[in-house]
Structure formats: C-alpha cells, structure tokens
Design a protein. Structure first.
Length: 344
C-alpha cells in the first residue's frame, strides 16, 4: 500500500512538472512581435493568475536598437547576386547581437523592385530577396522615408512596399508620392506600445501632427528622420532646431540618418537627439567617416526611455559591418575628437 501511494505521488509530481513546462514554453517571448505563434492549451483549468502590479510593470525594460543606412545595393548588391562573400553576408559578423534585441530598426536606403524606371544616374537597386535577408539578420521594421526610395520612380517604390509586406517585414514613413499615408508604425513589445514615425521632407506642421497622433497611440514615440547634409561631420542648424521642436511636440527621442557619417548626439530637456547614425551596410564610399557607423540601443518601459548606449560599427571594403570596442554613452566619431555644437 505504501509502495502504491509512493508511485502515485511520483506520477502526480511528473504530471505537474510536464504541465508547468508546457505553459512556460508557451509564454516564451518572440523575437519579432509581428510574427505571432498561437498555441491551444489543453482542456483543463489553472488557478487564476495574481493581479499585476502596475508600478512593477512600468519598470520592465526592453531593448530596442536602431542602425543607420542600409544600402544593400551597388557592390553589396552585386556580391549578394553572386551568392554573398560568406553565409549570412553582409550581416554575418553582427547577426547574433542584432537578433538579441527586442526590436531592431534600420533605414532601407535602396529600392527592392522589378518595376519602374531609374530616376537618377546611379540608382540604389537591391536584390529581390533583400527583405528576407533583413529578417534573417533580425530586423523587425525598416523606414522607407529617405531620398533613395524613389530611385525607380513611384512604381518601384510601391513595388518595394508590396515586397516588404509580402515578406512580413513592416515598413514605416512616407515619401512625396504617398503623402496621405500615415508615417506611423506602432509595435507592441512586452506590453509596451512603441510608435515609430518616419520622416523625410515632411514639413514642420505635418510632422507635429504626426507626433501628436503617435503620442495618442503609444507609450513611447521615436521619430526616425532622414535629414542633414551628406558627409557633414556636425549637424546643421535646422537639424538642431527641428530636433528640439519634435521633442517639444511629444517625441521621446529623435534619431537621424542620411549623412553617411556619424554626427554628435545631444540632450534636450533630458531627451536624446542622435543627429546621425552614419552607415550600417554600404559600399562604394571613399570619404572619411563613411566606413564608421553607430548602433543606438534604447532601454525603455511604459514610462519612457530609461537609458541608452551606442555601439561603434566598422564597415569593411565590401560594405559589411562589425562591432568594435565597448558600449558608450556618446557615439564614436570618425575622425575622432570633440565636435562642439554651435550655440543656437
């Protein structure tokens, strides 16, 4: 009788462990909030969960990361068309770290299309499998608000949007040919609603309206803006003025791309303006600073951005990135040395 009771107790314990392991597995966080996994639970009931503490929930941090310009065209595109220099090219050296972030965002500085006609002498046309390459590297969303989105006219632009959507890679931002479209993308990560707002030549009044709308939709608002002067080592005056105005309008951070070089960052009323993250994947550039980029990591919760750090990026002659050095509060500049910002 004792032996039977003992084995009965063991059977109950094993059953409890199996059920506990099953439900722990179903609650695993997904890398990409856009790709959902639905699991049907067995038909038995569990005790009601304890009520959540709102104060405790607000302190949970997630890590989201932003990179600069993704130009999977020119030399990078040619190498990809030949099968790549190595498996995972051009992200082989950084893929593991990129996939570790809760949300990863970049600026898609190229067209992914089989339609349209070139509008500039040297258009940035990427291979048609570019969306999948980005997904495999860990990207969760890309901005299309930049000056190369229309390199193959509006037909190429809309074909790009369609291909991104078909691959399951969300895009955000608008251009001159779809100004009526909302530039806002809201993603929920661990219960935190994050609004990404993509801007290029948007105009201040519309930009302010976008930020106000995003503020109503999300817990945290990040503006990713394509601005400045190409290859300028420091932000020009309008960047600083508009960056501050965007924060005043309700943004929690402003992040810049387009200059192809890393620019200094600044804080305004306790909020970050990263004026330029430089390149992340780009080839065929020879000017000083174009082979150095920055990855920006924001740690945030429902209350806003709790902290940040930058990672220095070194881009090799093929256009592929790798991380160097340790995280820092300020972006590493190339050429190195202080670049004081002119007073406004």
């Amino acid at each position: 009788m004792r032996k039977s009771s003992r084995f009965g107790g063991v059977a109950i314990l094993v059953t409890v462990l199996v059920v506990s392991s099953f439900f722990a597995w179903t609650r695993r966080p997904l890398k990409n909030p856009q790709r959902c996994l639905t699991i049907t639970a067995p038909s038995f009931s569990l005790p009601a969960p304890e009520a959540k503490n709102p104060a405790l929930e607000a302190t949970k941090n997630v890590k989201i990361a932003f990179v600069g310009d993704l130009g999977l065209a020119l030399g990078v595109g040619s190498m990809l068309a030949r099968g790549g220099a190595e498996p995972g090219f051009p992200f082989a050296a950084v893929r593991d770290e990129l996939r570790g972030y809760d949300l990863l965002v970049g600026n898609l500085e190229c067209v992914v299309a089989s339609k349209g006609q070139p509008t500039i002498p040297e258009p940035l046309l990427a291979p048609l499998n570019t969306p999948q390459i980005l997904l495999d590297a860990g990207f969760d969303a890309v901005s299309v608000a930049n000056n190369h989105s229309l390199d193959f006219s509006k037909e190429g632009y809309f074909d790009t949007l369609a291909r991104l959507k078909a691959a399951g890679l969300p895009s955000f931002g608008v251009t001159s040919v779809d100004a009526a479209r909302s530039p806002i993308l809201v993603l929920t990560v661990s219960g935190i609603r994050i609004a990404l707002v993509g801007h290029v030549d948007r105009g201040w009044q519309r930009a302010k309206e976008d930020i106000k709308k995003a503020r109503e939709l999300a817990d945290v608002v990040v503006v990713y803006v394509h601005w400045g002067v190409e290859y300028a080592l420091s932000p020009v005056r309008y960047q600083r003025v508009e960056g501050r105005a965007m924060l005043d309008a309700g943004a929690d951070a402003v992040i810049g791309s387009h200059t192809h070089v890393v620019q200094p960052a600044e804080f305004y009323r306790g909020k970050l303006i990263a004026h330029g993250l430089g390149n992340f994947v780009f080839s065929s550039m020879t000017r000083q600073g174009t082979h150095t980029g920055a990855l920006l990591v924001l740690e945030l919760n429902k209350g806003g951005i709790a902290s940040h750090h930058f990672r220095q990026v070194s881009i090799d002659t093929r256009g592929a990135p790798r991380f160097v050095g340790e995280p820092s509060e300020e972006p590493i500049l190339d050429p190195p040395g202080p670049r004081p910002l002119a007073p406004l």
